[in-house]
Design a protein around this ligand. Sequence first.
Ligand SMILES: NC(=O)c1ccc[n+]([C@@H]2O[C@H](COP(=O)([O-])OP(=O)(O)OC[C@H]3O[C@@H](n4cnc5c(N)ncnc54)[C@H](O)[C@@H]3O)[C@@H](O)[C@H]2O)c1
Length: 307
Amino acid sequence: MRKKVTVVGAGHVGATLAQRIAESGLADVVLVDLAEGIPQGKALDLLEAGPILGHDSRISGANSYDETAGSDVIIITAGLARKPGMSRDDLLAANADIVKVCAAESGKRSPKAVMIVVTNPMDVMAYVAMKATGFPRERVFGMGGVLDSARFRTFIATELKVSVENTHAFVLGGHGDSMVPLPRYSTVAGIPITELLKKEQIDRLVERTRNGGAEIVALLKTGSAYYAPSAATAEMAEAILLDKKKILPCSVYLTGEYGVNGVFAGVPVKLGAGGVEQVIEVKLDAEEKAGFMKSVEAVRSGCAKFT
Ligand SMILES: NC(=O)c1ccc[n+]([C@@H]2O[C@H](COP(=O)([O-])OP(=O)(O)OC[C@H]3O[C@@H](n4cnc5c(N)ncnc54)[C@H](O)[C@@H]3O)[C@@H](O)[C@H]2O)c1
């Protein structure tokens, strides 16, 4: 039997994500949204692409959660997106109310599911979802690091004129303005970029990565990025659905790792059928550690509003 994925929020990120998952043939997809007709219409449109693209995934849309029962993976994308000049944190109060309901309603119908939170400010929303569902930290975590790393990889590949497939990048910390790209652990064909690029070049790429979301918001003016965010989330979903044990940066509730307790932050984890199967600790130098701690404290102050 095919696996089942629920995507809550049928907006830009949710609908594109549903498309990626359905077209990969990995799972059937249920798209849920408040807006009447939108999830049903988008689901039908996606379903009708099946004969052309050659996939048999079932895709349905709903305004309530009953159809989501028995999902293997639930992905929360519902909520407001940024407008120009807004930070992710400006979305906090409104999106917390939305995520609380979406996570609780979907979680109780699929109590064994793995939940991925995308809605911003993502690290705090992952905390809200964990509290709302009562899921253990292995089964509720956030998407941010895969996207931030992909942006860093894109900029590295462009700067060095090499294939993106040769680039690996490491971004730690919260998915916000204080995220911590780690050049020492970012490589091209296994060679650290610190040996390939000058400090000024690296600093420029790091800054562009930190601003990656805002750069797109400023260009679009009426919404935020969704092609790369949906690709990043689909990679995480695939790792879970296929039990790949893939190492990916995800926002996880830390319980002592990296010297941090009781807060979500982006760190490398092993993703498999059980969700987060291991948190991987890498050695940080003093400057990296300071950046990570600053980022963690920014998330902690957001979470404090919900404890
Ligand atoms: N974590 C990341 O890296 C990342 C990247 C991109 C976007 N995001 C975030 O993802 C979220 C969605 O972005 P988008 O571009 O798809 O926005 P969008 O406005 O296109 O879609 C949001 C959808 O959520 C729906 N919605 C609102 N309240 C709901 C509720 N209570 N129940 C069900 N559905 C509800 C809306 O009707 C809308 O269709 C935003 O918060 C955005 O900031 C996060």
